[in-house]
Ligand binder design. Structure first.
Ligand code: AMP
Length: 194
């Protein structure tokens, strides 16, 4: 059966310090599975990445993992994904992840997560894609970044329009349906209940 939607999740290859990060990663996977969705992610079993993937599959969702050869060992490649791709390099990984997604979601993570989030945001402002992008601000993890983004707007380097290209919320039950709805997938695909 074709998944109802495909959500690309960027998140830490480490679990982070707070239990809330782990719990939220699990809840995101469960939400995807519960709504017959598909997770597209970095293909590893480490940190929050592994937690989202396991939770998605356990809840009945489909998982697409995409990992470069060079990271397969370090990030504990999870080849029991429903679809698993070993690619040549990071560039191919990110391109394929973006292509396979209807929407993007960043959870707490480190520099890899930041880079991926900002990359799809810049691709969106350039018109390379038109897919919604969400930032899940778990337990205030991204408060500092959001405050800095306000500075960038106030100081004239980022426009209000650019800020409208991302959705941010602390509440996954609000943010995930919004992303799927903005992806234009809520009609005729069994997502009316969201
Ligand atoms: P992190 O948030 O640093 O724990 O990394 C999360 C994921 O982002 C990992 O799967 C990294 O392999 C990936 N990643 C993507 N782009 C980069 C990059 N340019 N540098 C480091 N990690 C990256």
């Amino acid at each position: 059966m074709k998944p109802a939607f495909s959500l690309c999740v960027y998140c830490g290859s480490r679990p982070g310090r707070l239990e809330a990060f782990t719990q939220t990663a699990k809840a995101v996977g469960e939400w995807i599975g519960r709504h017959q969705g598909q997770l597209v992610y970095g293909g590893g079993n480490s940190g929050l990445m592994g937690i989202v993937a396991v939770a998605t599959q356990q809840a009945g969702g489909r998982v697409v993992g995409i990992i470069p050869h060079s990271l397969a060992e370090k990030e504990l490649a999870r080849d029991d994904c429903d679809e698993f791709h070993l690619v040549d390099n990071m560039h191919q990984r990110k391109h394929m992840m973006a292509e396979r997604a209807d929407a993007f979601l960043a959870l707490p993570g480190g520099i890899g997560t930041f880079e991926e989030f900002f990359e799809v945001w810049t691709w969106r402002q350039l018109g390379y894609h038109n897919k919604p992008i969400g930032l899940l601000n778990v337990d205030g993890y991204y408060d500092g970044l959001l405050a800095f983004m306000n500075t960038t707007v106030n100081d004239g380097f980022v426009s209000d329009w650019q800020m409208t290209l991302i959705q941010q919320s602390a509440n996954l039950e609000q943010l995930l349906p919004l992303l799927i709805q903005k992806a234009g997938l809520s009609e005729g695909k069994g997502l009316d209940a969201i």
